[in-house]
Write a protein that binds this ligand. Structure first.
Ligand code: ATP
Ligand code: MG
Length: 509
């Protein structure tokens, strides 16, 4: 493509709400454009191209793994969510609206109900299972704090997959296979990532795994072992239990626990002093949807004591209707690994994917049954698998940028090669540019020819900002029969004779 014809509105201006490199460069590089409303973006041609490339990698690996692509209606009838019980539970992230006939609808933030609805109408027998269906489609979540550009949008592109099985074992086999498939996807995209155990609510164990792209700017804290491959989101991380004696000092945290249908209770959490409460674990310990801070002088109805405290506390010190022990503490840096006694450390990650063993929760609620080998009607076992496709654009840049701009990885780059003609009025420069452009295009290489009238300096700045992996610079040195071949990542320049540049490129690509 020719730069002169493309809509690539690069700019020097840093958007005033942007702090992350990916947010700044995606806007400055003319990849995306803010719509005005928080968390809503337009994709300009380059952004769309990259989104399509990332999507193609995801699709290719999933199709190879036997998954089938479908497209579910984005507008979802609210009654499906009523059936699953999530309509009330999901809270304010769910955008609800009515049509002209006063029917209730939502914009899908995830599509378990819709996919189950599709399958319950089409699958009758164990002979038709297993089945793994996915879509790569818009999601809408009315996030409380949309921020960081594509990282946490309100409208975003997600790959969401759902698998259906005749047995728990078969679902677990597919779950392991999806983990493998996801590893291939993130490896192809050139990402440095780690698979970690995630919070899986009632399921427990390793029924839920997250794919974390390692980056200091990540919103998630992950706990990793320095000597084995244990890794977990802090929300799910465990360490070798510490032993506390009777002289241990304790701290209490009082919280209001919120449940369905507006119910609530006051809970006191008791921890060894110096250890912080892990809110997700604490939430699960009392089966609540959310915890909010509360006046500590209030009498609690429930007392939850960190399980490792054991004999170190005297239960009669607490006055409550109910009292029990549970793991509610955050793992600290320096704690010992449960698997190998190695040292645990914190690291920051961007959640790019999530795989989850769902079980029969949705199939039971929505009556998604099949006839087993004995002719008995039973609910299907399900798995669910997500990838944040638009978030991946931000994650790639968080991991691959410098102070000048983006450095796209091979499979995500908007072009394979950029040809920069320094001065388009110089006939020799332009002729060589056109020749290389035509020849490389004919070879199937995706080339961007910078044929704009601008100064060389401005073109170079745009090259650095946009971040195409390689460039050929045709400039003044052409008079001496020389051009330059550049790699964006290291900003290395290699002098090549103009005579040989075509064969040099043909060898390289
Ligand atoms: P987070 O903890 O970041 O809010 P989540 O647990 O809500 O993520 P899932 O419901 O598992 O996310 O969604 C699947 C994937 O969709 C996530 O792994 C993430 O990559 C992506 N994703 C989730 N929320 C957003 C968002 N607001 N903007 C962009 N991508 C998102
Ligand atoms: Mg979320």
């Amino acid at each position: 493509m020719r730069f002169s014809k493309l809509l690539i509105p690069t700019s020097k201006e840093v958007p005033n709400d942007a702090t992350l490199a990916s947010h700044i460069y995606l806007i400055r590089g003319g990849f995306i454009q803010s719509v005005g409303g928080a968390g809503l973006y337009n994709f300009l041609p380059l952004g769309k191209k990259i989104l399509d490339k990332v999507r193609a990698v995801v699709k290719d690996e999933l199709d190879k793994a036997g998954c089938q692509e479908v497209a579910l209606s984005f507008v979802t009838p609210a009654n499906l969510w009523q059936e699953s019980g999530r309509l009330e539970k999901y809270g304010k992230e769910l955008l609800r609206f009515k049509d002209r006939k006063d029917n209730d609808f939502i914009l899908g933030p995830t599509h378990e109900e819709m996919m189950v609805n599709m399958v319950r109408q089409t699958i009758k027998s164990y002979k038709q299972l297993p089945l793994n269906l996915y879509q790569i489609n818009l999601k809408f979540r009315d996030e409380i704090r949309p921020r960081f550009g594509l990282m946490r949008g309100r409208e975003f592109l997600m790959k969401d997959g759902y698998s259906f099985h005749a047995s728990l074992e078969d679902m677990q086999r597919e779950f392991a296979y999806m983990e493998k498939t996801y590893k291939k996807i993130f490896t192809r995209l050139g990402l440095d990532f780690r698979v970690v155990e995630a919070d899986s609510g009632a399921i427990g164990g390793s029924g839920s795994k997250e794919f974390m792209v390692l980056a200091d700017s990540g919103e998630d804290t992950i706990v990793v072992c320095d000597s084995c491959d244990y890794g977990a989101n802090i929300e799910a991380a465990i360490a070798k239990p510490k032993v506390y004696d009777t002289s241990t000092e304790v701290n209490t945290v009082v919280m209001k626990a919120l449940y369905d249908e507006g119910k609530s209770s006051i809970v006191t959490f008791v921890l060894p002093s110096g250890i912080t409460l892990q809110e997700v674990k604490a939430c699960h310990s009392v089966g609540a949807n959310e915890l909010v801070e509360y006046d500590s002088s209030t009498k609690s109805s429930v007392v939850v004591i960190e399980e490792t405290l054991g004999a170190a506390v005297n239960p009669s010190d607490y006055d409550a209707d109910e009292m029990f022990y549970e793991d509610i503490s955050s793992v600290c840096e320096g704690d010992s690994c449960v698997h190998c006694s190695g040292t645990l450390r914190y690291s920051k990650g961007i959640e790019a994917g999530h795989i989850f063993q769902l079980g029969t929760q949705y199939s039971k609620a929505l009556g998604c049954n099949f006839l087993d080998e004995n002719g008995k009607s039973v609910p299907m076992e399900m798995g669910t698998y997500g990838i944040g496709v638009s978030r991946l654009l931000a994650a790639i840049i968080e991991q691959n940028h410098d102070d000048k701009g983006c450095i796209w990885t091979k499979e995500s780059a908007p072009f394979d090669l950029q040809i920069i003609v320094s001065n388009i009025k110089d006939e020799g420069q332009m002729a060589l540019g056109e020749k290389l452009y035509g020849a490389m295009k004919a070879k199937g290489v995706d080339v961007l020819l910078d044929d704009r009238k601008d100064r060389y300096g401005a073109k170079m700045k745009d090259y650095e900002l946009i971040g195409v992996p390689h460039a050929v610079v045709i400039g003044k040195n052409l008079a001496d029969g020389k051009v330059e071949f550049m790699t964006r990542k290291e900003m290395l320049k290699e002098e090549v004779s103009a005579e040989n540049i075509l064969s040099f490129l043909q060898e390289r690509f």
